[in-house]
Ligand binder design. Structure first.
Ligand code: C5P
Length: 298
């Protein structure tokens, strides 16, 4: 029986701005997103029993309709016109759940790519991104990966020059946050400070990691319902250790730091892991199909 695997890379937000609330209840965003080498792995096999079975290595992770891979499967089979045969999808999770690193969206995007390959359905990247937008706001980015400016709900993507190679320490505090809760606390008109997107885009074009690191900014940082102290402490630890910049990713609570020196990054990763077991060392990924990218190390 055929077995096929696909990587599902996590993302970080280098900037995140909320421009306003939309009539559909979502928010208009402008955010620079970057794929990183911390990945889940999806494995698809055929099975005799009809329907889609989903399992994961995490006992607490829902594998029913609450799991975005099921929405991805429904969208794929509706669009491709294929009749779903018996399938089994196993999720090997490494990206912490509820962490602001887009793990559920990454899995849904990887499932779309995987179904497309497994069934040789021939859907284009643009077809997959259109399907992805129905599954979740971050899923189109996760289909494309690399370095992107995401606007609208997050589905309007503009490809950007890659983040200069660096070492990224990802540290998830001891608690998780719900994206919906964090967004519900945002009042766009009360946001006084916004990211310098022009400066960040210039830094990317010039391949200037230091200038980019000085422009990391996330307006959601002030909307987290609790744990602000822990988030600030982790940022402080990363900066004191020599990070060029540090920021909470997405709706949090994961904090990351960008480093040019691998030894410095490795040392602070070990220090933080003593307190926060879900601390990882990663690298930027140029694109999700980039198989030469270095693997994540723990
Ligand atoms: O699209 P997704 O299901 O990932 O969004 C999760 C929640 O985050 C939404 O229900 C919404 O509350 C919030 N959100 C938002 N505006 C966005 C993206 C997400 O308000 N652009």
């Amino acid at each position: 029986m055929a077995v096929m695997s696909e990587r599902a890379p996590a993302k970080i937000n280098l900037t995140l701005d909320v421009l306003g609330r939309r009539p559909d209840g979502f928010h208009d965003l402008r955010t620079l997103m970057q794929s990183v080498s911390l990945c889940d792995k999806l494995t698809l096999t055929g099975r005799e029993r009809p329907g889609l079975g989903v399992t994961s290595n995490l006992s607490f992770l829902p594998t029913d309709r609450r799991n975005l891979v099921r929405a991805a499967a429904a969208a794929f089979f509706a669009r491709s016109g294929l009749t779903p045969p018996g399938l089994h999808l196993h999720l090997e999770k490494h990206i912490p759940v509820g962490s602001g690193m887009g793990g559920g969206s990454a899995d849904a995007a990887a499932a779309l790519r995987l179904f497309n390959r497994f069934f040789q359905a021939g859907l284009s990247h643009s077809d997959l991104e259109t399907l992805a937008a129905r599954v979740g706001s971050d899923v189109p980015f996760c289909v494309r990966g690399g370095t992107q400016l995401a606007e609208g709900r997050g589905e309007r993507l503009t490809s950007l020059p890659p983040l200069p190679d660096c070492h990224i320490v990802l540290c998830k505090p001891s608690f998780s946050l719900s994206t919906a809760t964090v967004f519900s606390r945002v009042t766009a008109t009360r946001i006084l400070w916004h990211p310098d997107h022009d400066g960040a885009l210039r830094a990317l074009r010039e391949g200037d990691l230091r200038a980019l690191s000085q422009r990391l900014f996330n307006v959601l940082s002030s909307s987290v319902p609790h744990g602000q102290r822990e988030i600030a402490d982790i940022c402080g630890t990363l900066l004191d250790a020599g990070a060029l910049g540090a920021l909470m990713s997405g709706s949090g609570p994961t904090v990351y730091g960008l480093f040019s020196d691998p030894d410095t990054a490795r040392a602070v990763c070990e220090t933080l892991r003593a307190c926060y077991p879900e601390t990882f060392l990663a690298r930027p990924l140029a694109a999700v199909s980039d198989d030469d990218a270095p693997a994540v190390t723990r």
